[in-house]
Design a protein around this ligand. Sequence first.
Ligand code: DLL
Length: 432
Amino acid sequence: MQNYYQPEIECMPQADMKALQSRRLKNQVWHVWDNVSYYKEKMVKAGVTPDDIKSIDDLHKLPFVTKDDLREAYPYGLLGVSLRDAVRIQSTSGTTGRRVVAFYTQHDIDLWEDCCARAIAATGSTKDDVVQVAYGYGLFTGGPGMNGGSHKLGSLTLPMSSGFTERQLQFMCDLEATVLCCTPSYAEFLAESIEESGLTDKIKLKAGIFGAEAWSNEMRLRIEEKLGIKAYDIYGLTEITGPGVSFECCEQTGMHINEDHFVAEIIDPETEEVLHEGSKGEIVFTCITKQAFPLLRYRTRDICVLSSDACSCGRTLKKMSRLMGRSDDMLIIKGVNVFPSQIETVLIEYGLSSNYQLVIDRHNHSDTLEVCVELTPEMFSDTVRAIERRERELHEKIKNILGIAAKVTMVAPKTITRSEGKAIRVVDKRKI
Ligand code: DLL
């Protein structure tokens, strides 16, 4: 039996959905035109006015919003309501320069939680379930989003946040959690800890909702086997709302997009040309209902494929495939969005050259980051103690900027292999 949270939307005929999207898009473009002068200027420059947008077929006429726009307009330049009406921010981790701050009205939080409730319901879960939310709470959207979704569905919610594994296992056993929400790497770590603690027989989990970082189908099968559950993918990003932009159903062949709120397009990241359904490209989202942070045509940099094929779960919402990569150099390390240039800036400000390499690996289901950097010839003549002090100082600086710890290794000048083409700055050894 299929389980839905809002069947009238999730199973709406595609033609009706298109009409709903068109109505909402027209209103949203006016909302942005009237309230977000930053984007209005972009529209004026592109020679488009709200009158040119009559349906979602006109979406391509609107200019894109990129991370650079977010940076330029930081912090309030893209706010679509007065401060009086905004009630919450969420943010990505990272430096002030790269940090994304997204705003929500109460209405925005409400619709976000509906999206997360749809994702939880799609696993077959109901009011009778106990949902353990082990995504981080706070600025990160994972915890608050899934928490709200679980409340909406009426499930008993365990707001655990991430980490404190022993406590996670105790609550999971004692309160008989049936649904686990966390990153796939943490799910794998929890699965191993359960095995090691001999608690396998005490676990009542039946489903897991895992996202926020890349994971493979092999990893899914490993988690499913170890935890004895069905593992569902969930996608989202802070700029658009957080988790629940799209979610998997029992078919596990891609994630249904909550199209009544987010209109998806696939573009060629180089030419920005809109591609036909079925083509692989960068997914772009337009928020058609959000008030406080109403991004239109936001370039996510995430690469995937869209499909409107019928799904055996009965949902008519289009699906996006599992993510196939990114069109920029963003890495997700320990759940934190990291751009190599952030680390490069720290190194250069410290007086080092840009001969460095980031080595990312995964031990015990947790990511590790090593920053190997060449000493300058002057620093090379320092004592070992002075070099170790420098490594500690850099470790601190990187931790302050990224929020995660990195092992810093300083090596002799000219020892990092030079490439004849593009420098190889990132060596990602993670097998996911
Ligand atoms: O990661 C929101 C989220 C929380 C999604 C919990 C799912 C579950 P950000 O921190 O803004 O938001 O990072 C967004 O993470 O652009 C993708 O590159 C990546 N990402 C998110 N979900 C997935 C997924 C949250 N299921 C960025 N598979 C996005 C692969 C994902 N990558």
